[in-house]
Design a protein around this ligand. Structure first.
Ligand code: ADP
Ligand code: MG
Length: 277
């Protein structure tokens, strides 16, 4: 078996790489694939918190590289999903503790046992980025619909294009707020795709549920009522080869749906009065 190695990258920090890694990883595993997530953001250690696994870490990526343990010993099993594992980042200050050659070797070993190896990338285009992409043949570029994030995504795409081992890359637009796009206060997803001339793998709405889910250590894909969760589940299905239409994130849910219903009820009434007149 040879699994697919996909790096989740962005250029700009804070646009949602780690959130995306945790959710796509969990979603792929929910859909039946075996998945290992690698946190290469050495020094920060985030992915374990999002998955609620921080207390279960005994060994990290750096321990594997420095041969303090075997690779298998460092894989932390997810609490809910037996198909999902995490290889955590170390909290050491030395960001160069793992080099590209070493990570590539780890990815090659993991590819033999897992359908998917997802690599969560640190911010920037420096050494950490080069290391993170070293074992991957596919990439997901995460951006928000803001000019600064799009510009950094453009630089990353240039670097991915120039990299021989990356065979394909797709775009994920995160934190989209339809209301702001309508008011012309935010770039539309189409604008972002046009600027970057890149195929889309997903559109994730801004969702305050993501913050609560992060604090709970439970990815939002486990919440069936969440729009962002559904959007991430769809991304996973697209990665697995299914054709899934993009969600209409304009469609309101929860309280917004209630308000929309009330509004349409009254506007319906108004129409009736118009007619009567
Ligand atoms: P990165 O790994 O790129 O630095 P993170 O995944 O850590 O980014 O996300 C940065 C912050 O943005 C986090 O606080 C996260 O909860 C929040 N966030 C990410 N995506 C969304 C979203 N779709 N809606 C609301 N908050 C989000
Ligand atoms: Mg991160």
């Amino acid at each position: 078996m040879t699994g697919r190695v996909i790096v989740i990258t962005s250029g700009k920090g804070g646009v949602g790489k780690t959130t995306t890694s945790a959710n796509i990883g969990t979603a792929l595993a929910k859909n039946g694939s075996s998945v290992v997530l690698i946190d290469t953001d050495i020094g920060l250690r985030n992915l374990d918190l999002l998955l609620g696994l921080e207390n279960r870490i005994v060994y990290t990526l750096v321990d594997v590289v420095e041969e303090r343990c075997k690779l298998k010993q460092a894989l932390v099993k997810d609490k809910k999903n037996p198909n999902l594992c995490l290889l955590a980042a170390a909290q050491t200050r030395d960001k160069s503790a793992v080099n590209a050659e070493q990570l590539k070797d780890i990815c090659e070993q993991l590819q033999k046992d897992f359908d998917f190896v997802l690599v969560d990338c640190p911010a920037g285009i420096e050494e950490g980025f080069k290391t993170a992409i070293s074992g991957a043949s596919e990439a997901i570029v995460v951006t928000t619909p803001e000019m600064s994030a799009v510009r950094d995504a453009d630089r990353i795409i240039g670097l991915l294009e120039a990299n021989d081992s990356i065979k394909s890359y797709k775009l994920l637009v995160n934190r989209v707020r339809p209301g702001m796009i309508e008011a012309n206060d935010m770039m539309s997803v189409e604008d972002v795709c046009d600027i970057l001339s890149c195929d889309l793998i997903g559109v994730i709405p801004e969702d305050t549920g993501i913050i609560t889910s992060t604090n709970r250590g439970e990815p939002i894909v486990n919440d069936e009522n969440s729009m962002a969760g559904k959007a991430y589940l769809n991304v996973a299905r697209r990665i697995q080869g299914e054709e899934v239409p993009f969600l209409d994130i304009n469609e309101p849910t929860g309280f917004a749906a209630f308000i929309a219903k009330v509004k349409s009820f009254f506007s319906g009434k108004n129409k009736k009065t118009d007619k009567d007149e």
